[in-house]
Design a protein around this ligand. Structure first.
Ligand code: THU
Length: 189
């Protein structure tokens, strides 16, 4: 047994030495510049339709179930036929089982109105007794679901990120929010 153990240690040393002898590969650092185009609007500058959607997202925060983070998020999706569908974050004592407001809104919209494209999605968050000063920024998983919804209906979702200090309007949708996306084409579809 001792002999076998020694042999394997020796072969490790030889392998490591061979790796050390390999020619040094110089990797060239690549840079990806990702630009997100957005407009910054005060609440008063929003169009009536956008303000209405933002107001629905803001009031939806009251329906959020966030006893653990106390970060109450509301999302409102405007569909092609004018229907507005809301979603709020729903937390769980088993933390990963909870779900963000944006995905609930989009899945709700896609399940109940599968033939209606999502035109705009407004998001607002209420924390510590007030709406967040900075525009709320959707998490990566929600951006991924936005991307899928955009591709499903063949049009970008206008994303409205509400903050008391201003609202970001991202006309280009999820593509503006996600560099190097993984989508159906990545699966060869
Ligand atoms: N959350 C959302 O619902 N949407 C976001 O864009 C960011 C985070 C929720 C998840 C969790 O319930 C709480 O906010 C704190 O992360």
């Amino acid at each position: 047994v001792i002999g076998i153990a020694n042999l394997s240690i020796q072969s490790n040393i030889i392998t490591n030495f061979c790796l050390y002898l390999q020619p040094y590969k110089a990797y060239v650092m690549q840079h990806l510049t990702h630009i997100c185009h957005y407009q910054l609007c005060s609440y008063e500058e929003l169009t009536e339709q956008d303000r209405n959607l933002v107001d629905i997202a803001k009031s939806a925060t009251r329906q959020s179930y966030a006893p653990y983070s106390r970060f109450h998020v509301g999302a409102a999706a405007l569909l092609d036929d004018g229907t507005v569908v809301v979603g709020t974050n729903q937390e769980n004592a088993a933390y990963p089982s909870g779900m963000c407001a944006e995905r609930i809104a989009l899945f709700h919209a896609n399940s109940c109105y599968p033939r209606q494209a999502v035109i705009s999605l407004a998001i607002a968050a209420y924390h510590d007794g007030k709406f967040t000063s900075n525009p709320i920024s959707p998490c990566g998983a929600c951006r991924q679901v936005m991307l899928e919804t955009e591709q499903r209906y063949g049009m970008p979702i206008r994303v409205l990120l509400f903050g008391v200090s201003g609202t970001y309007i991202i006309e280009g949708g999820a593509h503006e929010l996600l560099p190097l996306t993984f989508d159906a084409s990545s699966l060869g579809k």
